[in-house]
Ligand binder design. Structure first.
Ligand code: NDP
Length: 274
């Protein structure tokens, strides 16, 4: 496993972490991931997986970087504090490493939400503040009303969804904000392969001597400041995903993958036009 710095802190996080949305694998796959150096676990109050994560980290809390999220309906000041306390209980710990706003909520002033996040930091319940699904404008607004640096934005990023490359990713790279790529396998290899089309993933996997999932994940983490958090219910696939780190696709292999992504759009448009 290779590591990247969390934003401009001295904390190192693994470039492959462990997602837990729809996670139903019990303790083993997550334990397997931890044993392979994927010590960042991502959950959320809404996932219903904080308890199982709590069981996984029991007795090894200091070896895990724990990320969870508060839901937008809990963004008023007191609700943020309550949600954090409830997550801490379910996780069986007294601090969260990275507490993230799950989605923006335009109905609640961001200053109120961030004041609660800052309070959690000063109380020692949260180490770092992150956001998720924030556009660049929303990110800047949140940062402008926060005492602490927002260290990360968790957003959808994979071979067939590269929207963040327009402005969010360059901004994060320039300003040292970690991008946590969610759905790095497009929420399932069949989605990824259908949208990508052709045989490029197979070809690059053969050329690299890796699996298709490993190629897709390695492509994400080949970007500066980006880590990826695939989810798997299986220890075997978790092992495969962890082994997406520790090597790099060649520039030629990356070009092949990206050419195919670019070609996928005009081809689709042409088909619709005909
Ligand atoms: P992923 O892109 O990680 O894909 C998960 C799917 O791929 C599952 O069906 C899984 O099946 C399968 N899979 C995993 N590894 C492999 C492999 N090596 N080979 C073949 N298939 C594989 O999707 P997610 O949407 O779950 O995203 C990952 C994580 O990102 C979430 O769990 C969550 O933590 C976070 N997330 C955050 C969001 C947000 O709004 N902040 C939104 C969505 C996700 P199986 O389990 O059977 O292995």
């Amino acid at each position: 496993m290779q590591y990247k710095k969390l934003a401009d802190t001295n904390i190192k996080i693994p470039e492959i972490g462990l997602g837990t949305w729809e996670y139903r694998g019990g303790v083993e796959p997550l334990q397997k991931g931890l044993s392979l150096g994927a010590f960042l676990i991502d959950t959320a109050e809404i996932y219903g997986t904080e308890e199982i994560v709590g069981r996984v980290i029991e007795g090894k809390r200091d070896q895990v970087f724990l990320a969870t999220k508060v839901s937008p309906e809990h963004f008023d000041y007191q609700a943020v504090i309550t949600a954090a306390n409830n997550s801490l209980k379910r996780l069986g710990t007294d601090y969260i490493d990275l507490y993230q706003l799950h989605w923006p909520n335009p109905d609640i002033p961001i200053g109120e939400t961030m004041a609660a996040m800052d309070k959690l930091v000063s109380a020692g319940k949260v180490r770092f503040i992150g956001v998720s699904n924030f556009s660049l404008a929303q990110f800047k607004e949140a940062q402008s009303v926060t005492e602490n640096k927002i260290v990360s934005n968790q957003v959808r990023y994979n071979l067939v969804d590269r929207r963040i490359e327009r402005e969010l990713l360059p901004y994060c790279q320039k300003h040292n904000v970690t991008v946590i790529a969610y759905s790095p396998l497009a929420h399932g290899m069949s989605n990824l392969k259908t949208k990508l089309g052709g045989h490029v993933l197979e070809e690059v996997a053969r050329d690299a001597g890796k699996t298709e999932a490993q190629v897709a994940l390695n492509w994400c983490i080949s970007r500066d400041k980006v880590i990826a958090i695939p989810k798997s219910n299986s220890s075997q696939r978790t092992t495969e995903n962890c082994n997406a780190s520790g090597w790099r696709l060649t520039p030629y292999q990356i070009d092949l993958l990206e050419d195919s992504t670019r070609r996928a759009i005009p081809t689709g448009l042409a088909r619709r036009a005909s």
